[in-house]
Design a protein. Structure first.
Length: 218
């Protein structure tokens, strides 16, 4: 069977495809499940080390798969003294500054991808000659202010988003991109936070509320 493969990139930049809020939540859940497998089910655990939106493959049903394990390492003593690798905008600060690499480094990168899903922005944007700003620096004041957050999300999902769920996902993203790795959640905790926000039809536990005929004709 032929499978259409797309490279996910924020709000499908450069593509005519519009990815709705429910589908973006499904994508986030699929990525979290993939990381949970690497971190918790593989023995020893595997650190991807280069998680980013362009390494997420989508099939024609928007099932997301993590790809490109060229920089992946097994968590253990041998991971010390590794050459600094990764992609600007996704690399956790403790790895960038001190070479400290753990599963929490992947959680940080996941948080950046989650922000891309919410905001439709690149992880790093040029704001002037020789000057760039990360999506985290730009977004943090909005992510922590419920009155401002709805105004900065990707316009493509405004008509399909659930406001309550938006606040919950934003809170997860904020935790994932904390500068201090010990403050970031385990990917298992992230997974458990996202499952209730995705409909059962898309792999979560959220029940779809169907309007009755009497409501439709009221």
């Amino acid at each position: 069977m032929f499978i259409c493969i797309y490279i996910f990139s924020g709000s499908s930049r450069g593509s005519s495809i519009t990815i709705t809020w429910p589908m973006r939540m499904k994508i986030a859940l699929d990525i979290a499940r993939g990381l949970e497998y690497l971190h918790e089910r593989c023995r020893p655990a595997i650190i991807h080390r280069d998680l980013k939106s362009s390494n997420i493959l989508l099939d024609c049903n928007f099932n997301a798969k993590i790809s490109d394990f060229g920089l992946a390492v097994v968590n253990g003593p041998k991971k010390k003294n590794l050459k600094l690798s990764g992609t600007v905008g996704y690399v956790a600060p403790e790895y960038l500054l001190d070479g400290q690499l753990t599963e929490k480094s992947d959680v940080y990168a996941f948080g950046v991808v989650l922000l891309e899903l919410l905001l439709g922005k690149k992880p790093v944007e040029k704001i002037g000659p020789g000057e760039c700003e990360s999506i985290i620096t730009w977004a943090m004041p909005y992510l922590t202010d419920r009155t401002k957050l709805p105004n900065v999300i990707d316009p493509a999902i405004k008509d399909t988003m659930d406001l309550k769920h938006l606040y919950q996902v934003a809170a997860v993203a904020v935790l994932c991109v904390q500068p201090e790795p010990s403050y970031r959640p385990l990917i298992t905790d992230v997974l458990h936070s996202l499952i209730p926000l995705v409909t059962m039809e898309l792999g979560g536990t959220l029940k779809t509320i169907r309007r009755s005929a009497s409501m439709d004709h009221s």
